[in-house]
Design a protein around this ligand. Structure first.
Ligand SMILES: NC(=O)c1ccc[n+]([C@@H]2O[C@H](COP(=O)([O-])OP(=O)(O)OC[C@H]3O[C@@H](n4cnc5c(N)ncnc54)[C@H](O)[C@@H]3O)[C@@H](O)[C@H]2O)c1
Length: 297
């Protein structure tokens, strides 16, 4: 089937109203699509919709959109705590916590609510698309769609075919990605795909550098900003991504590639065990409780 004859994606479901799910809902609604978002709690959904409102305000301040656009975007988004809201969706994008068991149980429950031709996409940062797809009733209509954080700002979406993903699914999702104004790059189904295969070992190495006392949080981040011209230091970036997500990706690399070079740094493990998972919890390598982030080491 050629791209132009593919059915257009008009209604989008999003599972998870965290950093990524709310960002994905934002860009889909801004592209004129109807969006339904689910999460496990009403409180999380309210938080997600509030963060979309806040990010739309930032776009208004920058002159990118108008007040009228903001209310139109918010009107196109509805929420619910059950998967039965997804009955009319052309695609459902899963952006729940980076944990294979959680994702598997979501997909198992989700399929019965979907149209037979609906596509399921996972925004996983690292988990095998083939394995996740095999837990559904539609491996051919399953794909990896890895958005970058923050979704409204970042241009890239990695598209990952599982072994069973059919070409129509890939073409439809490529067309949909174009419609969102994003650039798609195809990545093969290897642990952590392209961006995180390269980025996360660098972040993990930055945590080792801190752990071994080579530099302080501030020294490491300043060194990489000024010495390697990175827009953010690696520890600042880790806090932004979420240390729980960073650790989960390192485990997928470590176990999936069976190579000790991907061993998660014990300090990263300890921070996650302490609940210091970065910006979203108020503390990671920086403390975010005051006006300005303060390094913790
Ligand atoms: N943070 C990043 O930089 C980034 C970038 C790209 C992809 N991702 C991926 O996106 C996904 C979400 O990451 P995030 O940063 O938004 O995490 P997050 O912790 O901000 O949000 C996760 C959300 O999933 C919800 N959730 C958990 N179990 C659920 C369930 N059973 N049903 C519905 N919702 C459920 C949680 O309540 C929470 O709102 C992960 O797979 C992650 O690897 C993250």
């Amino acid at each position: 089937m050629s791209e132009s004859t593919l059915p257009e994606i008009k209604t989008v479901g999003v599972i998870g109203a965290g950093q990524m799910g709310s960002g994905i809902a934002h860009v889909c609604a801004l592209a004129g699509l109807k969006v339904l978002v689910s999460d496990i709690s009403e409180a999380q959904l309210e938080k997600g919709v509030a963060s979309i409102g806040h990010n739309l305000d930032r776009q208004i301040k920058k002159g990118l959109i108008s007040e009228a656009d903001k209310s139109a975007v918010l009107d196109r988004i509805s929420t619910g705590t059950s998967h039965d809201i997804f009955g009319d969706c052309d695609i459902v994008i899963e952006a729940a916590t980076e944990n294979e068991e959680i994702k598997r149980s979501i997909f198992k429950e989700l399929c019965q609510h979907l149209r037979d031709d609906a596509i399921i996409a996972s925004n996983t940062s690292s988990i095998s698309i083939t394995r996740l797809a095999s837990n559904t009733d539609r491996p051919g209509r399953f794909i990896g769609m890895h958005f970058m954080n923050p979704v409204p700002l970042m241009q890239l979406v990695e598209l990952i075919r599982g072994i069973a993903t059919d070409e129509d699914t890939f073409a439809s999702v490529k067309q949909f990605t174009d419609k969102l104004g994003k650039n798609a790059v195809a990545a093969e189904d290897f642990p952590a795909f392209i961006v995180n295969r390269i980025l996360l070992p660098m972040i993990n190495e930055a945590v080792y550098t801190l752990y071994e006392g080579v530099g302080s949080v501030e020294a490491i981040d300043t060194a990489m900003r000024l010495g390697a011209n990175h827009p953010m230091g690696p520890l600042e970036l880790a806090d932004f991504i979420g240390l729980d997500t960073c650790l989960a990706v390192m485990y997928v690399l470590y176990e999936g590639l069976a190579d000790s070079k991907y061993r998660p740094c014990p300090l990263l493990v300890k921070y996650v065990e302490a609940g210091w998972v970065g910006r979203k919890s108020g503390r990671g390598f920086y403390d975010y409780s005051g006006d300005k982030p303060v390094p913790t080491r």
